[in-house]
Design a protein around this ligand. Structure first.
Ligand SMILES: Nc1ncnc2c1ncn2[C@@H]1O[C@H](COP(=O)(O)OP(=O)(O)OP(=O)(O)O)[C@@H](O)[C@H]1O
Ligand SMILES: [Mg+2]
Length: 268
């Protein structure tokens, strides 16, 4: 892949954490590229360093080794360059829905009045109309996640990092949210990097899926998803092409999960 015109680049990034005298290598020598406007997913065993990689891209954690570039410029340790939806949705309970969704823009010192106007206009798109002045405790799980996602969209960054945004949802709601996310992605013309444990979700949404190894997380595979767009329906998941990609991904991932947990043994 040519290195010019890349939106995000991780170059040989490693990060270890010191915990009570022992060292945990979380991410090891990870290099990956994301082109403008791509939808990329990252899958890998629990604890393999996916969220750490996001924290590095978002500038919340500095890599020990390597560099992270956005639009060709190093952003290691620099915050405010991406929209980031953390693994926990983190709505602030003492702020209303409207005050929560405008928080990201507020932190970036954007005009409060303009952001609130935009937020009110988008409430229906995000299925939150009528809840502008509600407290987060009144929202369902799906609504909370949509509010957190709306906050990420309203921060107006070209890059959106979404860490398991639909992890807590039931299958039906999740499937609707996935179709809706693709609409948002197309409409707002963003670059999205998405972490998930759900292989079908990764394939359905993405242009490419990166598979990480068991900790320390390295890149194990990069699998292109050459399925036609728009993908507005889950019927695509029953096609042979989808099945072939899924088989490739499961094979790569299964080896890693076995390394992490050992192969299952039957009792008896
Ligand atoms: N701030 C921190 N301090 C110390 N150790 C950390 C810190 N953040 C992450 N780790 C450790 O680094 C490793 C990778 O964690 P990380 O959260 O990146 O994994 P993950 O792939 O996102 O897992 P999951 O799929 O469960 O969300 C884990 O062993 C974790 O305990
Ligand atoms: Mg995580």
């Amino acid at each position: 892949m040519a290195t010019d015109n890349l939106k995000i680049q991780l170059r040989n990034v490693s990060k270890a954490f010191a915990n009570k005298g022992s060292i945990t290598a979380a991410v090891e020598d990870v290099s990956l590229d994301v082109r403008p406007g791509e939808f990329i997913s990252i899958v890998g065993p629990s604890g393999c360093g996916k969220s750490t990689a996001f924290n590095i891209i978002a500038g919340l954690i500095r890599p020990d080794v390597g560099d992270v570039l956005i639009d060709g410029r190093s952003v290691a340790g620099r915050q405010g360059q991406v929209g980031y939806m953390l693994q926990k949705d983190l709505l602030l309970p003492w702020r209303t829905v409207l005050q929560n969704v405008t928080l990201g823009a507020e932190l970036l010192n954007r005009s409060r009045a303009a952001t609130q106007r935009e937020a009110r206009d988008l409430m229906a798109t995000f299925g939150l109309q009528g809840f502008e002045n509600a407290w987060p405790s009144r929202l369902s799980g799906g609504m909370r996640q949509r509010a957190a996602l709306m906050r990420t969209v309203l921060s107006h960054q070209d890059v959106m990092l979404l860490d398991e945004p639909f992890g807590a949802l039931d299958a039906m709601t999740k499937s609707l949210m996935q179709e809706w996310l693709l609409e948002i992605w197309t409409r707002f013309n963003r670059t999205i990097v998405f972490i998930t444990h759900d292989i079908d979700e990764a394939i359905f949404l993405s242009d490419r899926v990166y598979v990480m190894t068991t900790r320390p997380g390295r890149l194990k595979a990069s699998i292109d998803v050459n399925l036609p767009r728009p993908r507005s329906s889950h019927e695509i998941t029953t096609t042979p092409e989808f099945g072939a990609i899924k088989h490739q991904l499961l094979t790569a991932l299964r080896d890693e999960i076995m390394k992490a947990y050992g192969s299952p043994k039957l009792q008896g």
